[in-house]
Design a protein. Structure first.
Length: 217
């Protein structure tokens, strides 16, 4: 198990424009050949947008983009005609496929925090698609078949336990609260990369929220 702390993330964004970004993987100018991906996961970005701030229209291709809102409301618009508002507990999935453009913005009056995760598809190309799953239940896995992956959300109370998924790659990201993984305490923004063959248990220290990716080889 490889634990990466919140303070180790690469700092990005544009503070003057109200954008604060923390990258878990090699990203843009923060090139790190030893930290390019884990399984299918190639980005896990914590984004904080001030009211009115956002990302103007920009392109993506050959990427599965999954977004989890922590606080506030994310306004999304893309070139396939979707215009939605994503709220805490919703899973947004934009499959960029052969190419798509989108805009992401905090159109509200309060702060916006979200976690955006990018996965590499097994086969590039195809037709872009969009899905929004409101209020993903903790027992429900959201599959991303193009990347051979699935996302689960675990929301323990103090002392609650769960076994982590048995998969070739498991990525655990703490959204809020504190959990124990293999005896190590993880807090907000911390993550663990769990290699094949490890059977681990997670324990809630406080009320918490944990994003769990299970990925095939």
């Amino acid at each position: 198990m490889d634990v990466r702390r919140a303070g180790e993330r690469y700092q990005g964004g544009d503070p003057e424009a109200g954008i604060d970004t923390r990258h878990a993987f090699s990203f843009g100018p923060h090139y790190d050949p030893e930290n390019l991906r884990f399984g299918a996961l190639i980005a896990c970005n914590e984004e904080r947008l001030a009211p009115g701030a956002g990302f103007d229209e920009h392109p993506h291709s050959h990427t599965e983009i999954v977004t989890w809102v922590v606080e506030g409301e994310l306004t999304h618009r893309d070139s396939t005609g979707h215009e939605t508002r994503v709220r805490p507990g919703d899973v947004q999935h934009l499959s960029a496929a052969a190419g798509v453009r989108h805009v992401e913005r905090n159109a509200g009056t309060g702060p916006l925090t979200f976690v955006q995760m990018w996965l590499a598809p097994r086969t590039p190309g195809g037709t872009p698609s969009y899905a929004l799953v409101p209020g993903l239940a903790g027992a429900t896995a959201y599959p991303v078949p193009r990347a051979g992956a699935a996302l689960r959300v675990w929301r323990p109370g103090p002392g609650e336990r769960t076994g982590l998924p048995a998969a070739a790659y498991v990525y655990a990201h703490v959204v809020r609260g504190e959990v124990l993984l293999a005896g190590q305490a993880l807090g907000p923004g911390d993550a663990a990369r769990i290699s094949p063959g490890r059977s681990l248990e997670a324990v809630g220290v406080t009320a918490a929220e944990l994003l769990l990716w299970e990925m095939a080889p």
